[in-house]
Structures are given as C-alpha cells and as structure tokens.
Design a protein around this ligand. Structure first.
Ligand code: URP
Ligand code: ZN
Ligand code: ZN
Length: 462
C-alpha cells in the first residue's frame, strides 16, 4: 500500500520545509517538495508539522519495584506512548532475583512485552552484580538479542560498587556496549533518609532534601571519571536533573571526553520541588532524582539550547496516587519512586520548548527522536524521516491548544503531574510503519502490533 503525506511542514533534525512524503511497504520511499503518486492514498498535512515519531529510551513498563508494580503494562503504557506521539520505546528492565543471570530478565521482559506492545520496542539490560559470567553475558546478549545497552545504578539495593562499575565499563568498551547509569550518591542519601525518618520529618517535602543535587553531581563526576579510566567507555547518564550535575557534564565536555551522552526528562524541565509542599499531593511527584528548582530548570533548558544535553526522555514509571503512592502517606521513604510521563513528553516539549522559543523545532527532533535513536543503535531505522527509514511520523497542528488533563490520557494510572497545564500544538495523527495508529487522540492500533527491535551498536560505541 502507498501513502502520500502531502503539503506538510516537514521537520527534520536540521530544517523545516514545505513538502511531501511518500510511504510504501511501511517505509519512507521518498521525501521532497512536490511528489506525485497517482495510486497512493493521500493524507493532507496542510498547516501541520510532520515530525518523526518520538523515541523514548527511558520507560519502565510493568516494573516490579520491591513490593510494588508499575501500573502500566506493555499494552497500556505503549497505547499512552502512541497517543503522545511516541512510536518507539527502549524500556529499562527491573532488577531480577538476587544473583540471577542477565538472561533471566531478558527472557522475563520478552514475556512481558511480546504480544502486548502496540509500538516498536527494545530493552536495556540491567546489571545488579558482577562476576566473570555476567561480564561474558553482556556480549552474548548484545550479539544474540540486540540488547546493546545495560543499566547500572549507583544507589538502591541492587546498586554496583565503583570497582564493579569499572569492570562493567571496561567490558562495555571492549564489546561496543553502552552503559546507562542512574547517578546519585547512595551513602549520603541513605544517611539523610534515615535521619529525616528518625526525627519525624516524613512529609514529601523532605524527599528532595534527602537527595540533594550534589548527590547527583558527585555521582555524575565519578562515573565520567570511571568511564574515562576505562578508555572512554560508552557512557549514558540517565535523567540528569540539576544544575550541579550539569556543571560536571560541562567540565567533561570541556576536557573533550569522548563517548558519553546525557539525558534529562520532561519533568525536570517543567516541574519544581514546590510540588512537594503539599503533604498529600506531593506524593505524586516522588521520584528519583527529585524535582529541583527553577534555576535548575533554566540551566537544563540552556543546555538543550546549547546542545550540551543529548536526549529528553520520560522515566515513565507510574504508580496510582490513590493506591501504591499512599504507602508514603505517613513516611515519604515508603512511597514507591516514579511518576507517569510517556504520553505528555512530545506535547510539553513542543509547547514549552518550541512555542516558547527555548529550542527550535529541529532541536526538538534531535532530542526526542534522532539522538535517542542514535545513542541506542536504532538509527536510521527510527527517529528520522529519511528514505528507507520506518514510516513513523506524527502530524502536529501548531494552532490548536489543549489543557492537559488525566481524563484525556491513556495510561492506566490515576493522575498526571501536569494536570491543568495549557499546551499549544495538538497531535492530530500518529503513524507507525505507515499505519495510522492514533487519530484525534483515539488509539486505532492493535495489541501486539509493536515489533521487537534488535539494536545495533550505538554511535557512542563506534
Ligand atoms: O523514581 C524513579 N525514577 N523510578 C524509576 C527507577 C529509576 O530510578 O529510574
Ligand atoms: Zn533512575
Ligand atoms: Zn528510570
């Protein structure tokens, strides 16, 4: 089947121009200023931006986190993603049972996602302990299952120590694998959480105080040094939230360290720690790292403008406010960490970023589409509008406005952190591999239509 998307304002990573896109057999066949194809079905894109489908490389669908399970499985979560203009996810696996092999979670995640995801998907592996056989499995999994990135944590119960992370980074360098890292200083956080708890300071407002920005900065700096000592091993810093953390990144950029990339998330660009002031509602925003201050937001936007940060993701990890989050009602340290966001990202970045002049539309394409694809071995199949790429795209009408509200959203969770936010720019159509899967906020796709993506090497590992 042939489709011709006609007369749109096509937004690529480098320019915006009036033109047409011809689609055949799920791929982009050609892209140009005026294309004719008499036997193609025509989609009129007049007055709409045509943007590559979003690539969100930080989600946690169906995540088991201690006693709690994130409430979006791979069906609900990917329907929400699709309705928000995201057509590809790379999901972060949960920790497995103590001492398990890396294959354990790989197999578990195929069971969780296969037949459910409505958009194309991949996985990041997770490393929770280190020995010779774990190090050997990294290469095996990358080669056999196309999982070319693994995540490690510097905090939480299944964190790795510095010597373990160093071994992982050295192995990653050898194998051409990217190591994604959650950077926070575990010792200080645990001490502060315990101190607040023991002195009765248990309201949500103590959550950000127990995880200061310098905890992030210290771990970012440490990881950059460890990666450098491992021969500039491919390193990807997830969910950077603070100005202090950013300063460490800038130091490494100034010293020309190679092979690292940095991600921030929608929430760190648009929400602040004032959300924690309300002792009840504050639970909605308990996530790690925590929300920061206006000056952190400003620094992160500036970094996007200057190209210091590479990716904006979501860390989508939803728990019901009316249920799981209430575990923190008497003590914030008992609240499951994480918040929804996969559906909100494209709308918010377009409105708060492009429409407010903080970033350009080609920069939005870089941060939400092309860079995540390049960092994680999906380019040029995903995240771009090149001939031969998958025909994943969205039509966005910049003239329409909407008030974000949970009632219009598709995640299984019972709230959005962005309730009441006015956003300019309406996603009118979402296409995955040439099939229209969303129209006017209605999901039209089918459960299980998403394909598993075996990924190549990242540009960080070339
Ligand atoms: O609070 C968060 N971010 N929960 C999800 C797990 C993680 O740290 O990324
Ligand atoms: Zn994290
Ligand atoms: Zn996460």
């Amino acid at each position: 089947m042939k489709l011709l998307v006609k007369n749109g304002m096509i937004a690529t990573e480098s320019q915006v121009f009036q033109g047409d896109i011809l689609i055949e057999d799920e791929k982009i066949k050609s892209i140009g200023t005026v294309l004719e194809e008499p036997d193609a079905e025509v989609i009129d894109a007049t007055g709409r931006y045509v943007i590559p489908g979003g690539v969100d490389v930080h989600t946690h669908m169906d995540l088991q986190a201690g006693k709690y399970r994130a409430v979006d499985d791979f069906y609900d979560g990917t329907v929400a993603a699709a309705c928000g203009g995201t057509t590809t996810i790379v999901d972060h696996m949960a920790f497995g049972p103590k001492g398990c092999s890396l294959w354990h979670q790989v197999e578990e995640y195929h069971r969780l996602a296969d037949g459910k995801s409505v958009i194309d998907y991949g996985f990041h592996g997770v490393i929770q302990h280190v020995n010779a056989s774990i190090l050997g499995e990294m290469k095996e999994i990358a080669e056999n299952d196309g999982i070319t990135s693994f995540k490690v944590y510097t905090t939480y119960d299944d964190m790795l120590t510095d010597d373990e992370i160093f071994q992982v980074l050295k192995e990653a360098k050898k194998d051409g694998i990217v190591i994604a890292v959650h950077c926070e200083n575990d010792g200080v956080i645990n001490y502060l959480r315990k101190t607040y708890r023991e002195s009765g300071c248990t309201e949500p407002k103590y959550h950000p105080l127990s995880r200061p920005a310098r905890c992030e900065a210290e771990a970012v700096d440490r990881l950059l040094h460890l990666a450098a000592m491992a021969g500039d091993a491919p390193l990807y810093i997830v969910h950077l939230s603070s100005k202090e953390g950013l300063m460490e990144v800038m130091k490494a950029r100034a010293s020309h360290q190679k092979n690292f990339a940095v991600e921030t998330c929608t929430q760190y660009l648009t929400l602040t720690d004032e959300m924690y002031e309300d002792p009840k509602e504050g639970l909605k925003a308990i996530m790690s790292p925590p929300l920061r201050k206006k000056e952190d937001q400003d620094a992160l936007w500036q970094a996007l403008k200057d190209g210091v940060i590479d990716v904006v993701a979501t860390d989508h990890c939803p728990f019901h406010f009316g249920k799981e989050k209430q575990a923190g009602a008497q003590d914030f340290t008992a609240c499951p960490n994480g918040a929804p966001g996969v559906e909100e990202r494209m709308r918010i970045l377009f409105s708060e970023g492009v429409m407010k002049g903080r970033i350009t539309l080609p920069q939005l394409v870089q941060y939400l589409c092309m860079n995540p694809s390049r960092m994680y071995g999906l380019y040029p199949q995903k995240g771009t509008l090149l001939p031969g790429s998958d025909a994943d795209l969205i039509l966005l009408n910049p003239e329409k406005e909407r008030i974000l509200t949970h009632a219009d959203m598709h995640s299984a969770v019972d709230y959005t952190c962005y309730e009441g936010m006015a956003v300019k720019g309406e996603i009118e159509l979402v296409m995955q591999r040439g099939h229209v899967i969303v129209k006017e906020n209605q999901f039209l796709g089918k459960k299980g239509d998403g394909k598993y993506l075996k990924r190549h090497k990242s540009v960080l590992a070339e």
